[in-house]
Write a protein that binds this ligand. Structure first.
Ligand code: AMP
Length: 447
């Protein structure tokens, strides 16, 4: 869970990366960083915190040059501290390289121990650093070939941006787990995790970077390479369910439309007799609209969100996370007294949020709280970059739906079926990874 953004050959490179990262803030709120190139050297700044907190005017002035890449981070491997913030920057025998990574490498720790026993010294405890070491050790002649040589050795999910003094390289893993999009700002190529970043800076969408594609961007233009063996597509379905912004186009679909159709399908599968349908802000909005539309129940904003705090998950302490739901969400009491309500949320992970939310509605006077979830039960952890906890912490890995309903004190509880979810991706169901709902991983996780 991270967001990446890059621009090549533009007078306002770092300012645009700053804006791009701002639009991608939902993909990671732990740290932010930018690396720029003035063709002679790379300039670097990264810090813990939100984009708006990390960069001041003075810092932005130091990030000069006509090309830049940036990163917002939500840790999925490696601890949450500054040494793991990206973009990562190193000096090696052939110059400087910086790298920004979204995804998770599944064989990083195997390569890591091999490299360490061969004498390599690591600065972070991040999987991404492995790629840099592999590039530095490669005997290939050009940066592009060294990068391809390194990427041939790694497994897993990667959408990547590299910046050297003279070139920018974008790469997406052959199974296409995470999105990566190519656009242009006038004549300058831009690359982002999601198109919402293009909208903010007025860039044009060109196309999705294809799974297994490597793009070399330099003063001669953009060249595309497909150097890896073909693999089946396994785009992350959770990007559509929860993670990506609804105004983005990723995996060639508008996230909003897919998310709304999840709600339509959920209403068909699990209708409820109720006075109104209420979204759990914000990720529940589009699917609730679909649910209300299909069930012909009134849509009401019965839960209001305080927007000035991050997502509850950011807080690693369980105690703080519990408190977080209350600071973040508050029901509209005037609307709820004696009412039968349907609430729609995108997912249940540990069920601590749903339990709190159902209780808040009941305290506010709701007579019945029918909970509807616009994804199937999450039973298995993700190894490809979504921050789902260990299997033992996922409530659906050890509890049946009826037991979860009891735990959260809901009048009824229904999840979207896996078949229903697959219907919503419009004939492309084979192209997605559903491992968090099935435990069927695209390949066995290396031990
Ligand atoms: P929980 O209390 O653990 O069941 O959290 C469920 C809530 O967390 C849902 O309302 C989701 O919107 C949100 N959520 C689901 N997956 C994630 C994730 N990987 N990171 C952060 N929040 C998530």
């Amino acid at each position: 869970m991270c967001g990446i953004f890059g621009i090549y050959d533009h007078a306002e490179a770092s300012n645009h990366v700053y804006l791009g990262l701002y639009a991608l803030q939902h993909r990671g709120q732990e740290s932010a960083g930018i690396v720029s190139s003035d063709e002679k050297q790379l300039h670097h700044y990264r810090q813990m915190g939100l984009v708006s907190e990390v960069f001041s005017k003075d810092i932005m002035k130091k990030l000069h040059g006509r090309s830049a890449i940036g990163h917002v981070r939500y840790s999925t491997t490696g601890s949450s501290d500054l040494k793991n913030a990206q973009p990562f920057l190193v000096n090696y025998a052939k110059g400087m390289i910086s790298i920004a990574h979204n995804g998770n490498l599944t064989n990083a720790f195997l390569i890591w121990s091999e490299l360490e026993s061969g004498g390599s010294i690591f600065q972070s405890n991040m999987d991404t650093e492995v790629i840099v070491h592999l590039i530095a050790r490669s005997k290939e002649k050009t940066f592009l070939d060294r990068t391809i040589h390194a990427l041939r050795q790694v497994e897993g999910a990667y959408s990547l941006l590299f910046l050297t003094e003279k070139e920018m390289v974008a790469a997406r893993d052959p199974m296409g787990f995470r999105p990566l999009i190519l656009g242009s700002l006038k004549d300058s190529p831009v690359v982002a995790s999601e198109t919402c970043a293009f909208d903010l800076i007025g860039a044009k969408l060109i196309r999705e970077i294809e799974p297994g594609e490597v793009l070399m961007i330099n003063h001669s233009g953009i060249k595309s390479f497909k150097p890896f063996p073909h693999r089946p597509l396994r785009q992350c379905i959770f990007e559509f369910i929860y993670f990506a912004r609804p105004d983005s186009f990723i995996f060639n679909h508008n996230v909003y439309e897919i998310r709304k159709s999840l709600g339509v399908q959920l209403a068909r599968e699990a209708p409820a007799e109720a006075d109104m349908v209420i979204p759990i802000p914000d990720s529940g909005f589009p699917s609730t609209l679909g649910y209300a539309h299909e069930s012909k129940l009134p849509f009401e904003l019965g839960m209001i969100r305080n927007h000035y705090i991050g997502r509850t998950f950011i807080e690693p302490e369980k105690r703080i996370r519990h408190f977080g739901v209350k600071i973040k969400l508050n029901p509209v009491k005037g609307l709820l007294k004696g009412k039968k309500i349907v609430i729609v949320d995108d997912s249940i992970v540990r069920a601590t949020t749903s339990r709190k939310i159902v209780r808040m509605f009941q305290h506010a006077g709701a007579r019945e709280v029918h909970t509807r979830i616009s994804s199937p039960p999450i039973t298995d952890p993700c190894y490809f970059g979504i921050d789902t906890p260990k299997k033992s912490e996922l409530i659906a890995s050890s509890h049946k739906v009826k037991e979860i309903q009891k735990f959260i004190h809901a009048t009824s509880l229904n999840y979207l079926s896996l078949e229903g979810l697959k219907k919503c991706v419009r004939g492309e169901e084979k192209n997605f990874c559903y491992a968090c709902f099935t435990g069927e991983y695209p390949y066995p996780y290396p031990k």
